[in-house]
Design a protein around this ligand. Structure first.
Ligand code: PPE
Length: 311
């Protein structure tokens, strides 16, 4: 991975290589952590963090669902992130805040272990590759089902839950595909290993509902809003696996991945095997939105003052 200079760790700026934890950190053993993936982009107003408040709000909700009180306010973490981006002199970056149970207590009762908070920022290019973003990726339905609501909390972005995504991703990669699509425990389409998923059929955009075990993606909300503003009908409903194969277009969204067309699922070409027109239009408007080129969505940008390196 690419590195930056500084990481914010429990209220201090520390050197990248010094941002370390003890091997008996609770979260390392039991996955007791929650995190966010956020991106900042260069915009005409300077570097801006996309839907920063919404991501931090989800971080606080994820923490609460796992009984982890965060020892900072949302505003403190927002400010810390601004300072961190400025201190690292980054114009564009991925932002990874993580809240986790630290060192001091072993065993499955975590409430006496300290809650630690770190924020890292670094440059992270196209998650599924530039080629994938431009021409679409090949995806495979995983044999692993997405974690059910009655075993874990799909609405929480929790570290331990990602073992499920990791298994699906390894399986898809070893089979030669760029991404995995997970079905929910009822066999309906759920999401990618790190992205929400959408199908376009006869001009209508379909996406699995909250009850399908999805992560309630910030980009999902954004793209649904953009699609409706463009006049498209967006329906949240259960999707049968074959509806992926029969789709005119399939695409995915996520912070790391952004908006990525899917050109094949399980070796079935989607449409004519190239990104379709609705996907391309949404991708263009979404990209303009992220980069502050669309005034309709200016309220989603949290502008950071970053000194230029040359100055
Ligand atoms: N589902 C899952 C399981 C998921 O992890 C993500 C984000 C999404 C949907 C899309 O959510 P949103 O980013 O709010 O639109 N995945 C993050 C982690 C990726 C990683 O490899 O780490 C991300 O995109 O940052």
């Amino acid at each position: 991975m690419e590195q930056a200079d500084l990481i914010w760790h429990n209220g201090e700026m520390v050197a990248w290589e010094d941002a370390k934890v003890h091997v008996l950190t609770h979260g390392l053993h039991y996955g007791t952590g929650v995190f966010e993936g956020i991106r900042a982009y260069e915009t005409p107003k300077g570097t801006a963090i996309f839907r920063h408040h919404d991501h931090l709000d989800r971080l606080f909700k994820s923490a609460e669902l796992y009984y982890m009180p965060i020892p900072y306010t949302l505003e403190e973490l927002r400010q810390a992130t601004h300072e961190l981006i400025a201190a690292n002199e980054l114009r564009e970056c991925y932002i990874r805040p993580i809240v986790f149970r630290g060192y001091g207590q072993m065993g499955l009762y975590p409430l006496d272990a300290p809650v630690e908070v770190s924020i890292a920022v670094w440059p992270w290019g196209a998650y599924l590759g530039d080629e994938g973003k431009a021409n679409g990726i090949r995806a495979k339905v995983a044999s692993w089902r997405r974690i059910p609501h009655d075993a874990l909390i799909p609405h929480a972005k929790a570290s331990g839950q990602y073992l499920n995504s990791v298994l699906a991703k390894i399986e898809a990669s070893k089979a030669g595909y760029q991404e995995a699509i997970l079905l929910d425990s009822h066999g309906f389409v759920c999401e990618g290993s790190g992205e929400n998923i959408y199908v376009v059929r006869e001009g209508v955009i379909l996406t699995p509902p909250q009850t399908a075990g999805i992560l309630d993606g910030i980009n999902r909300k954004s793209v649904i809003r953009i699609a409706r503003d463009l006049g498209y009908e967006v329906i949240e409903r259960d999707l049968a696996r074959a509806e992926l194969y029969l789709a005119d277009e399939v695409f995915m969204t996520g912070t790391a991945a952004e908006l990525v067309p899917v050109r094949e699922v399980d070796d079935h070409a989607i449409g004519d095997g190239q990104p379709g027109p609705i996907t391309a239009e949404l991708q263009r408007v979404f990209d303009d939105t992220l980069h502050g080129r669309d005034p309709r969505y200016a309220e989603w940008l949290d502008v950071v003052a970053v000194p230029t390196k040359a100055a």
